[in-house]
Ligand binder design. Sequence first.
Ligand code: PLP
Length: 421
Amino acid sequence: MNVASVSRKEAELLVPTYERQPILFERGRGVYLWDAQGKRYLDFLSGIGVNALGHKHPAIQAVIRRQAARLIHISNLFFHEYQAELAQLLTEISGLDRAFFCNSGTEAWEGALKMARAFAQANNKNGSKPKWRFLAMDNSFHGRTFGSLATTGQPKYRAPFVPLLPGVDFVKFNDVDDLRQKFDSSVCAVCIETIQGEGGICPAHPEFLKLASHLTKETGALLILDEIQCGLGRTGRHFAYQHFGVLPDIATVAKPLACGLPLGAILTTNRVSSCMHPGMHGTTFGGGPLACAVAVQFLREEKKLLGHVHALGEYFESGLRALDGKHSSVVDVRGAGLMQAIELESSDLAKAVASQLLEKGIIINRTHESVLRFLPPYVIQKKHIDQLVKALDAALQKNEKASPKKTDTAAQPSKEAHAHA
Ligand SMILES: Cc1ncc(COP(=O)(O)O)c(C=O)c1O
């Protein structure tokens, strides 16, 4: 089997939603992946934030082997050993009280929206005016299902599928005046990615998050934070909101939780959870024994790595800032921990740099047209960061020589960007 034959078959047989790079990956270990030709790649994307412990982590392999030999799936009509244990670990680190397990990020987000509506119905002290509006953020990304799309503030994802869920209004991200103006007692929840990921690694401003927390608390609305990309150790803390001193009513997590097995979770308070009753929400696969057993192990490993993520994040950021100082084509450096990005002056440049790095055997990702996004595994070492920064330096230099003048093609969206969340 080779990449050409697989690609030909896929072109005939798959719904064409992805524009894949022409590489057929066969195996991984630690921070490296190998393709069918045996070429080695340094993985600075980790499956878009999923393989946080790197590939073939021995403790994860052992749990999968052990649990696969015992029990892979039962329905949610019965108990198994791991949901309560996993919920215990997640509530301890999040400051929230309860968990619901599902299969993916978008499912976690859908469930969070449902809980907010159910909570508002059960606690509607708003007279005759229904409390049902969501305030979501411009530039956000919450997933591909209808509720998630309806709260995703990027027209390119929404436009082909309108009409979407009613009752959603968008606020300019980090604009406190706009939030104040659009918020009223008809709002049931304010929806925020603590650090916008697909939107180009844009952190919430502390005053914006604090205002959202204050307004929701004051009026009995909920603050829902999407930590699907930025949560579970990615920023050097268990949750990105822990950098800001706010506690949401609901937080959603997924990506790294089961190290590549599908698992998401909605974390919430006793107060919100009390409005949910048997039959109101559920899933066939979500929270199965195999995925949950792996997630328990993931959280044990994540705890040990937080200091490392923090230290390496600082080291990485300073390397990227040095590039910012050196290259006029770097517009900005943003991020926290091992969720970092550099924004370049054009989408063409970002595309060229990403493909030159791939050629050299380094996997990064271009998001939001002109932003290079880095989500390396938490087990990355300084030498890997040095290798990436050096390669970026060379690629920027090469492209600046080829095109010394600033050009701006960021306004022309490409098909590729749609496949990146
Ligand atoms: C912040 C955020 N929310 C939600 C999602 C959707 O997650 P999934 O693709 O697992 O449905 C993503 C995926 O990239 C994400 O980054």
